[in-house]
Design a protein around this ligand. Structure first.
Ligand code: SF4
Length: 561
C-alpha cells in the first residue's frame, strides 16, 4: 500500500481509532450521517468536469497524488480566478464553534499541498463549505497547518505499519511479532462528543471500553446495532426458494405460499430438504444476510455467510492466543465458569419458585464446580469439572418441568436424543450455535478455532465456546417455556430409529418461542444496561475480540443472577 487515501487522513485526525477500524480493519458502516455525506458528494461529483461559473474556472472532482506525502485522493472542487488556484471541500454538517473542524482543515490543506506538487503552483488558502451552516469558510494554509498535515500522515503510516499483516514481514520479524505483538494495535477511544453519531460505534464500544478500563461510569445504553431481528425459517420439506425482484419466493409443487421482501430479513434458516436458487444465494450473500442450514432433524450443519471481515489482524491475534496456554486457559475457564454460573442461576430460580432439597443440593454442587473451574490448570481438568457440574444441573432438570405435562427427563443424551426433552434441547442448541456463528463471523473471528473446544474438522469450536454462557439462559429456557406452558405435546414428536424428533408443524411453535426469547432483554452483568439476547451474542463476540487483540486484559462473560 503506497498511498494513503486523502479522506482517511481526515478520519485519522478526527479519531485514530476510527481510522484503525475503517482503513486497517476495513469495517465500513453506513449510518445516516455517512449516507447523507455520500449523497452530497455524489451530487458534487455528478457535475464532474470543467466549466465557467461567475467568471471563475471551476473543476470538480480533481485527482491529486503525492509521492512525497504518500497521499492521494480527490478534491471536491478547484476554482481558478485571476490565476489563483483555490480548493474547496464540501461537508455535510455545521461548522464548529471555533471555526472549521481541525480534521477538515487538515484534509483541505493536504489536498492543497498535493495540488502544489502536481500543478507546480502556490495554493495559499482554500474554502470549506458546510451544508449545515450554508456557508463557506476560508482556511489559510499556514506553516503550522502544513506541519500538522505532515505529522498526521506520519502517525497514520506508523499505525498502518504497526498493523501490517504478519505475512508482509520478513521471516525473522514474522516469528518475533507472532510471539510478541508488542501491545494492542488499536488506538484508545477518544470517548468524547465525536463519538455521537460515529458510524463504527458498535464496533468500537468506546463507552464499554472506557468503563472496563476504569475511566468512566458504566454506559447508559448499548449503541444501536444491526441484529438478527427478522428471521425467515423454512421448514416445509421439498420446498424451493427463489427470488422475484427484491423478494424471496417460497414455493412447493408449483404453489407459492410465501413471498417476503429480502430487505426486511436479517437471517434465513433452512431446515432439511429445501432447495434454493443460485441468484437468491448470490443476492443474500451480497446483501450480507446469513443463511443457516439445519438437517431435517434439527441438527446444525453449517452456514452460508458473507465474506469474512477484512480484519485479518484480529484472526492472527486469535491464532496467536490459541498458541498461548495462559490465554487459552483464561478463556476456557471463563466460558465454563459462565455456563456453570448460569446453570446455577436457573436452578436457584426454580428453587425459589418451588423449593426442593435436590435443587438446593444441585445448586451447591454447581457452586463447587464454579470454584473448581476457577482453579483448573489444564483443559482436561476443566473438562472434568464441567462434566460433573453439568451432571448436577441435568440431574434436576426434570424438576424445572411442570408436573402433569407428560414430559420426563433422566439425563442428557445427544446423538441421538432418546426422549422428547433431549430432542428439544438439541434443537435449541443447534439454533443457538447458528446465531453465535453469525455473531462471530460479523466480528471477523474464525468460528473454527476455539479455546475450550479444541479444533476438530468442520466443528465451529469458537461458537461452541461462546455459546456456553448462553446455553442455560437462552436454549434451556426455551425448552422449559415450551413444556411448562403446554405449547408442545408428546404427540408432537416422532421416533426415527430410536431417536426423538419434533414434527415439522410443531417446529414452527418452537422457532417462534426461540425468536421471542432472543428478543427478551436482560441487564448486562458488566455494563448494567438492558440488552436483548440477540444483541448480547454480538456484544460478547466483540468483547472476546477486544481481549484477543490485547485491548482488554480479560474476557467478560455474560453471567446472570
Ligand atoms: S466511537 Fe468514538 S472512539 Fe470510537 S471510533 Fe468513533 S469517534 Fe473514535
Amino acid at each position: 500500500m503506497d498511498f494513503l487515501p486523502l479522506s482517511y487522513l481526515n478520519t485519522f485526525v478526527f479519531c485514530p481509532r476510527r481510522f484503525y477500524y475503517e482503513f486497517i480493519e476495513g469495517e465500513m458502516r453506513i449510518n445516516e450521517h455517512v449516507a447523507e455525506g455520500q449523497i452530497r458528494h455524489e451530487r458534487v461529483d455528478a457535475q464532474m468536469g470543467e466549466r465557467c461559473e461567475d467568471g471563475k474556472r471551476v473543476r470538480r472532482r480533481v485527482y491529486v497524488a503525492s509521492g512525497e506525502l504518500k497521499l492521494a485522493g480527490y478534491l471536491d472542487v478547484v476554482e481558478e480566478e485571476d490565476g489563483q488556484i483555490v480548493p474547496v471541500e464540501y461537508k455535510k454538517g455545521k461548522v464548529g464553534r471555533a471555526g472549521p473542524w481541525p480534521n477538515d482543515q487538515v484534509q483541505l490543506c493536504a489536498g492543497a499541498m498535493m495540488l502544489e506538487e502536481n500543478w507546480q503552483v502556490r495554493v495559499p488558502f482554500g474554502y470549506l463549505y458546510y451544508a449545515g451552516s450554508q456557508h463557506r469558510y476560508r482556511v489559510d494554509f499556514t506553516d503550522e497547518l502544513r506541519q500538522q498535515v505532515k505529522d498526521a500522515i506520519q502517525r497514520a503510516w506508523e499505525l498502518v505499519h504497526r498493523c501490517a499483516p504478519l505475512f508482509e514481514r520478513e521471516t525473522a520479524e514474522m516469528t518475533a511479532s507472532f510471539a510478541d505483538p508488542g501491545g494492542p494495535p488499536v488506538p484508545e477511544p477518544v470517548h468524547d462528543a465525536r463519538c455521537n453519531g460515529c458510524s463504527v460505534v458498535t464496533i468500537c464500544l468506546h463507552d464499554e471500553i472506557a468503563f472496563l478500563k476504569g475511566k468512566d461510569k458504566p454506559p447508559v445504553r448499548p449503541q444501536p446495532s444491526l441484529g438478527a431481528e427478522n428471521v425467515l425459517y423454512v421448514n416445509e420439506q421439498g420446498a424451493y426458494l427463489g427470488k422475484t425482484g427484491g423478494r424471496i419466493r417460497v414455493e412447493k409443487d408449483g404453489r407459492v405460499f410465501r413471498e417476503i421482501p429480502i430487505q426486511q430479513l436479517d437471517a434465513v434458516i433452512i431446515c432439511g430438504n429445501i432447495e434454493m436458487s443460485t441468484p437468491l444465494e448470490r443476492y443474500l450473500l451480497r446483501e450480507g444476510i446469513p443463511v443457516h442450514f439445519l438437517s431435517a432433524l434439527g441438527r446444525y450443519e453449517g452456514s452460508l455467510l458473507p465474506p469474512l471481515s477484512k480484519n485479518g489482524l484480529l484472526r492472527l491475534c486469535q491464532y496467536r492466543a490459541f498458541a498461548d496456554v495462559g490465554k487459552t486457559m483464561h478463556l476456557a475457564r471463563s466460558f465454563v465458569m459462565a455456563k456453570l454460573t448460569n446453570m446455577r442461576a436457573l436452578v436457584l430460580r426454580r428453587a425459589r419458585q418451588s423449593p426442593h432439597e435436590r435443587l438446593s443440593e444441585a445448586a451447591m454442587r454447581l457452586r463447587r464446580a464454579v470454584e473448581a473451574a476457577a482453579k483448573a490448570k489444564t483443559l482436561a481438568e476443566l473438562l472434568g469439572v464441567e462434566g460433573w457440574g453439568s451432571e448436577a444441573y441435568f440431574s434436576v432438570f426434570a424438576l424445572q418441568l411442570r408436573e402433569g405435562m407428560g414430559f420426563d427427563f433422566q439425563k442428557r443424551t445427544r446423538r441421538p436424543p432418546t426422549d422428547p426433552v433431549n430432542a428439544l434441547l438439541s434443537l435449541a442448541y443447534s439454533l443457538l450455535c447458528a446465531d453465535v456463528v453469525a455473531a462471530i463471523h460479523t466480528v471477523g473471528l474464525d468460528p473454527f478455532i476455539g479455546f475450550y473446544h479444541r479444533p476438530k474438522y468442520a466443528r465451529p469450536c469458537l461458537a461452541l465456546d461462546l455459546m456456553e454462557e448462553f446455553r442455560p439462559v437462552v436454549a434451556d429456557s426455551v425448552v422449559i417455556t415450551l413444556i411448562n406452558n403446554g405449547m408442545l405435546k408428546l404427540s408432537d414428536f416422532e421416533v426415527v430409529r430410536g431417536a426423538y424428533y419434533l414434527r415439522e408443524r410443531a417446529r414452527e411453535v418452537f422457532y417462534a418461542v426461540y425468536e421471542r426469547r432472543k428478543s427478551e432483554t436482560i441487564t448486562h452483568p458488566t455494563f448494567k444496561y438492558r440488552i436483548p439476547y440477540r444483541r448480547a451474542f454480538e456484544l460478547q463476540a466483540r468483547i472476546l475480540g477486544k481481549y484477543l487483540i490485547g485491548e482488554l486484559d480479560q474476557y467478560y462473560p455474560l453471567v446472570v443472577r
